[in-house]
Ligand binder design. Structure first.
Ligand SMILES: [Zn+2]
Length: 288
């Protein structure tokens, strides 16, 4: 039987259509693959670029001196024993403390804590335009009775440096339950301040190292949080002590060297200002 010419044409058309379809599909598939590869390369390039920009930003932050007043406080209470001259001299009346907070907040200062400072230097977080840090040394009981209510009232964050050997020691110092309540407020970052509050620079380095490590471990047990910030007792320090702090896993340390400009290179010898009983323009002048 002879095929009709029309049928012959149809028989040829079918494979032709099939081949064309395959070519179209293959081309489309290839193009989508190329696009995926291109997108991938572009996003990799973008990622590398972003990482590079971030590294530059971190470098810049670490090399640029930062205006950051760190205020140093001890007692904030109404001293009833007028013969206790040391306490009288270190003390600031709670009303004056509140007035200092008002002055600073009114003039745009925003309290931060040490972990914010490290996050800034690590490129993880920005800082407010006028940052300030309140620090309280030793761990006195009035931090619980007089300071904490004021912090809650203004909702400001502060640093509290505790000498672990003094906790629960006399009526003058915080008890463990008080310290736990202080931490539970979420307004206080705890730092270490040695165990016995000895001048670490005058101790044998091995003993000083124990003071550093034990105060850190004890506070971490007590707070259930990592303790990464230190205050040198009496503000006295050395390069050996700074090395030990770094090895122990601390990120910062404060001294009593006066000044309001801080740098990343000096993060283990941060300067502090004693506000004393100054308020208003006198206080502002002190920290500017
Ligand atoms: Zn102290």
């Amino acid at each position: 039987m002879k095929r009709s010419p029309r049928r012959k044409k149809q028989a040829l058309l079918l494979p032709f259509i099939l081949v064309t379809l395959i070519i179209i599909f293959a081309f489309g598939f290839l193009q989508s693959q190329i696009k995926i590869t291109q997108d991938h390369a572009t996003s990799n390039l973008q990622k590398n670029y972003d990482q590079f920009v971030n590294l530059l930003e971190i470098e810049k932050r670490r090399l640029t001196p930062l205006k950051l007043p760190i205020l140093l406080y001890h007692y904030i209470e109404i001293v009833t024993n007028l013969r206790d001259t040391i306490r009288q001299s270190l003390n600031i009346n709670p009303q004056i403390f509140e007035s200092q907070i008002n002055t600073l907040l009114t003039h745009g200062y925003q309290p931060i804590v040490m972990s914010d400072l490290i996050d800034y230097f690590d490129g993880k977080k920005a800082l407010p335009s006028k940052p300030i840090i309140f620090t309280f040394d030793d761990g006195y009981r009035d931090f619980y009775t007089d300071v904490l209510p004021i912090l809650k009232k203004y909702h400001i964050k502060v640093m509290l440096y505790v000498s672990t050997g003094l906790v629960d020691s006399t009526r003058n110092y915080l008890t463990q339950p008080q310290l736990k309540e202080v931490i539970a407020s979420g307004l206080v970052e705890i730092g270490a301040h040695s165990v016995t509050h000895s001048n670490l620079r005058y101790l044998n380095l091995a003993v000083a190292k124990t003071e550093i490590l034990e105060s850190k471990q004890e506070l971490e047990k007590l707070t259930g949080q990592k303790v990464k910030h230190f205050a040198f007792p009496y503000g006295d320090y050395s390069s050996d002590l700074i090395l030990e702090l770094g090895k122990a896993g601390f990120d910062t340390a404060v001294t009593v060297d006066p000044g309001t400009t801080q740098t990343y290179a000096e993060r283990f010898s941060l300067k502090r200002i004693r506000p004393g009983r100054t308020t208003d323009t006198v206080l502002l002048k002190l920290i500017e």
